[in-house]
Every structure is written in C-alpha cells, then in structure tokens.
Design a protein around this ligand. Sequence first.
Ligand code: ADP
Ligand code: MG
Length: 742
Amino acid sequence: MPVASDSPVRLASSLDKLPGIGAKRVRLLSRLGIRTVSDLLRHLPLRHELLSAESSIEELVPDSIGSCRGTVLTTRFVPSMGRGRSRFLVTLGQPGRNVSLTWFNASYLRKKLHPGMTIRVRGKVALYGGYPQLINPQWEDLSPEAESQTPVPPTDDRLRPVYPSTEDLPSSVIEKILTDLLPRVLPGLSDPLPEDFLTHLAMPKLADAFRMAHFPANLDEASAARRRLAYNELLLLQTGMAIKRRYAQTCLRAPALRWSPAIDQHIRARFPFSLTPAQNQVVKELISDLTKDQPMNRLLQGDVGAGKTVVALYALLMAVADRKQGALMAPTELLAEQHFASISAMLAGSDVRLELLTAGQSTAGSAARQEQLQRIATGQADIVIGTHALVSGSVRFADLAVVVIDEQHRFGVRQRAAFRESLTPGTPPAPGSAPGSAPGSSPAPAQAHPPASTIPSPHILVMTATPIPRTLSLTIFGDLDVSTIQGLPPGRTPITTRLVPPEKSDEVYRYLATRLAKGEQAYVVVPTIDAQGVASPAQLKNVRAHAQLLAERYCRDYHVAAIHGRLKRPRREAIMERFRRGEIHVLVATTVIEVGVDVPNATVMIIEHAERFGLAQLHQLRGRIGRGTGGRKNLCVLSAQPTTEDATARLAALVKTTDGFRIAEEDFAIRGMGEFFGTRQSGLPPFRVARLPQDMDLLHLARRDAAAILNGDARLSTPRWQLLRRALYKQYGPSLGLADVA
Ligand code: ADP
Ligand code: MG
C-alpha cells in the first residue's frame, strides 16, 4: 500500500514505495546506489553554495543559481510570434568569455539595457546548445554613473546543497526530493547515542545533524553535522570491532602449544638459512601468542619477498611439534601449489605429513578426495595446504591448532570469520547447528550465549604483502594484532624499474634476448589470455599471441611458454616446474603469477599495458623478480603509455621506489579508502560519510569512546545503549558475525 504523502516514513522503506518519486527517478537514484530512504538521507551534499555567490562566467554551473557580472555587448529584441512569448536577448561579456541572457515578455528592458553597461545578474543557469544561459535573471546596473536603482535584492544567504549527481538526475532534483522527505523522516529518527553523551562531545543529535548536513543555516552547521555523522559511523565500527576482540579474548579457547629450546632448534634445522633479526622478532611474537590459550589473531605484514612464508611455517611446525595440525590457505591454486612445493622441499626427509588440497587437484567427491579428507579428519595429515577449498565445508580437521592465511588482501573480515567457524574443531559449519557458527541463529543473542571459555578456536595468522596503512589497521583490521617484517632478506639485489613507451617494444625484446643468453630467465605479463571478448584485440596483447610472437621473433633459441588461469592444474604445475628448473626461459603470463611465485633465476620482468594494472598489483608482480642472490641486475620494464592522471601517478610511484610501505601509502592516497581494500574484499559495508585518512582524529575519538562504552556495559545490554546496540547489529551484524558474539 503506498504511503500517504504526508505520513511519517521509515528509514528502511524502499524508495519505490514513496509517493512523489516516480519509477524513473527511483531507477536513476538506484544508479547512485540509493535504494532506501536511509540511503537517500545519507546521500550528503559534496558542498554547499551560497545562493548569492558571484562567479566568473566559466564557473557557472548548469542547473543551479548562478551570478556573475560583465559588460553588455549586444542586445536584441525578438517579438512574439503568434502566441509565443517575446524574448529580449543580451550577450554579456567578460574578457575571453560570453554568456547569453534571455528574458521572456520583457520588452521594457529595451529601454533599460544598452551595450557598454556593466551589470551584475543572477538567475537560473540553463544549457542551451551546449552553452550556459541565464533565464530571466535579476540584474543590477554597476556602471559608475548609474543611480543605484533596482539593485539585485540582497539574497537570503541560504546555502544550497550540491549533491553528487548524474546528468539525468541533477543536484536540484535530489535537493527537491530531500526537501520534501526530511520533514517526514527526521521527527521519527531515533538517536543511538544518549543526549548527555552528545552534550559531552558537543555534537548535535542525529536528526539535527541530518537536517544540517543537507540544509545548513551556515557553513559551521554543515561541518558540525558532517562530523557527527562521520563519528556515528566510526563509533559503530569501532564498537563492533571491540566487541569481537573482547569476545575472542574471553570466550574463545585455543590450544596453548608447547614450546622449548629443543623444539625451536628442531624447527630451525629445517630452514635452509638462518632467520633475519626482523624474522626472529616476529617468531618471538608468534611463540608468545601460540603458547597461550587465547587464540592468536595476528596480521603479519611484510613486503613482497620479505620472507613471510618461513615465519608462517614456524607457526605451523609448532602445531605439529605438539601433535596437532596446521593449515595454510592461499588465494590461488598456483600459490598453494608453490607453497606446497617449497614447504615439501624444506621438510623433505622429516616425518611431517603434508597434504595439498585445492579444487583442481582432486575433484570433490572423487575417491582420492575422500581418502584425503579422511586423512585430515583422522589426524594422519599434519599440515594441509590449500585454497579456499579448505573452508568449503567438507573439510574436517582432527585437531587443528594453527591456521595461516596468505595474502590477506584477497580475503576479508567475512572470510576470516568463515574460516574460524568452519575450522573450529568439532564445529560443523552448517548454520545454526553449533555454538558460534550461525549469524542470525540467535534472535536474542544475549540469552543464547554459550558458557564462556568453551568455544574452541585455532590460532590464526594472516599475512599480507600490501602493508596496511595505520587507518586501516584501526578500522577494517581492527580486531587483529599486527607484526611487521621490515626490509628484505640479506643478499637481495635491487630492482631497476623503467617506464618505456610501447613503440620501443622491439628494443626491449632484443635486450631481453641478451639477458637470456646469459642464462637468466624472464616473465612477460600481459593483460588477457586470448583475443576472445576483447574489444580491440589488435591493441591489447594476449598471452597466446604474445608467446607466439616472442617464440618466433625474439627468442627463437629459447623456450617460451604461456601460463594462465584457464590451464588445468597438472599442466600449469608442469610448466611452473620446468620454469623453476630452467627448462623454460620465458614465461608469458597473466596476473596468475602475481602472488608467491618464487624462481630466483628469473631476473627480468616485462609488463605490457602496465597502465591497466593497479599499483599494488604491479608491485606484487614486480616482486616475482629480485629473488636471487647472485648479484645480478634485476630489471622490470613497464611498457605503457599512461593517459590518465591516476595511471601516470601509479607508474611514477613504481619507478620511484620498490618499498612496499611507501607504495601502499601512495596507493592509499591515489585511490582512497573505499577502493584500497575494495569493500567487497573487506566484506564490510562502506562508510557513507566518514573519510579516511582525513577523519583520523574522529577515528581515535570513536575508538576511545567505544572502549569506554564497553567498559561500562560489555554487551550493550543496559537500556542506555539499547539503540546503539540495535544500530550496530543492523549495520555490522552479518559482516562482523556479531550474532555469535553478543
Ligand atoms: P614473501 O614474504 O613475499 O612471502 P617469501 O617467504 O616467499 O617472501 O620469501 C622470499 C624468498 O626469500 C624465498 O626464496 C625465501 O626462501 C627467501 N628467504 C626468506 N627468508 C630468508 C632468510 N632469512 N635468508 C635468506 N633467504 C630468505
Ligand atoms: Mg608469500
């Protein structure tokens, strides 16, 4: 039933239920991501404009009220034709730029406006034939000799919102919709924060904040409103994160692993090198975590090639030394295979039993897979290495103690939660069947709370080569402790990076041949697999054609092979193995080689169409070289002709530095928070108002307040925090898995 046009409106109402917003506008709004009343309320203006603000002609914004001054260059009266209106046309000029003024049925202006006069006008700006035009503007004679007659009335100093808009849905239309809507929504809006709390913070109430954010009386109101709304978002997330963290500390139990100098020695004896001080520091942190019965929840960050794997292996082997199991999850099959190969090599001759479990490796349901699952479930496997197949639901561990998740930027908060759930020993992952497994299974979470200290959990270590800026480690990774490996292992040779225009391709590949002649190997990265589905195949290089070109023209004496995600695993594995053994000299690849692939003899990388890749991705790709210790020159060639500002900045950053931390900061600056860890990857709903890193001060404030609130009321169960609790569960319940927690 449609809602009457003056009745109160609920936040969750979808816009198509509202009268006064037609189907077409509902569709246009949804393109801006606005589907509900709440979305619309949170669609805040980019800025506000003073109605009276005078600008240059250039700055006139179509479809808004504009004001400018200039000299009258020409005037023309067009009498009415038939029943049409008469028009009085004026060309108003500023140096270098003109604008037309049109008045309808205003013949009296013939006597008032003359070429040579200086006037100021104000009116609605319309586009006519692509040029701005003012329709029926108010005007005022500014000529020195003019008596001050008919001044443009001193405007109401109203601030007009300028909304993010589209061509079909201009800001003024959004303004109109909100003008009608706000009075119906705001009175019923409850505030999750108590009044005295807000007074203390000197922040407005939520309803006032929304009113002031859209239609402020002055700019101070607008910024106070924005501050409150951003704080609200940050406080919700910080509270959610803090609840999770407390929950993990008090309700989850992990096995406290045994450790002794003998065990330590035993583990280190497996490594083909001694650990760097940075690695040793992290190992110390791991030992401290793993020997406690509180589950470790740690993020290990370290640049590409920093040597994270061996540190992770230390943790896995601590589980094995205590007769328990470890699991290592990689984001791609190739990387899982790679880990399997290198860890197998390090453990050769030991009695540690390894399993490789990927989707491609043995088909689910096959006899081989069943046997493998059996080995894992009965404890005949010590370390299981795999992809997300590990959390597919059919895998049960006999006694899982340590989980390592590699390259965390591919896995978000939600995946981590799924991991913990499905890997929790003795906890079947079917929703609702066990404590701690089912978001939404407990409608009254506070009562359905299992006795504390009973929910088993493995220790979790997540690793990333994309360093997490401080803001992010406080927000979407806020429930993790962070360890960092600074620098690279000893003996690394630096990588030189060059940006080369595509026309020089011939030179580049001739040079490549000279490097191959010295016994070195190379990666060539191209954006697509084959010509299928590519709009202009002639312009975009693909793996197949490019491998063929290299084999036929530049590398005739060498072995060139192509590798990409569509190849079957055994084939891919065989190719990688031959590349590792040096039988393949040039590997033409898509970004499947982005993470983890480790072939020390590969010293050259050529990336075609480099402008098409993201900064973090290019840094990852480049990290495939420079892994040898032989004192060779590592070269990364970015073949690109960047056309956008962003692409230029990305490539420049890459040429400038190989320091992953600096690159991550550049990336963050170029792309902003939303994009950096894409929302889909983080698994969290995006902020609508808060902007990081700009709102860092608010973030700290929110963090402090969240802790204070929970110190007083750990489960938000008192009436004072009921509304906060409700808002929190609505916003972050599913994504943070809060239903389990409270
Ligand atoms: P990432 O941090 O990118 O995962 P890896 O763990 O793959 O890096 O390590 C990169 C390379 O450095 C590997 O070849 C590894 O064997 C080597 N490496 C790691 N630690 C050391 C060390 N302490 N001394 C010498 N080489 C090391
Ligand atoms: Mg790695």
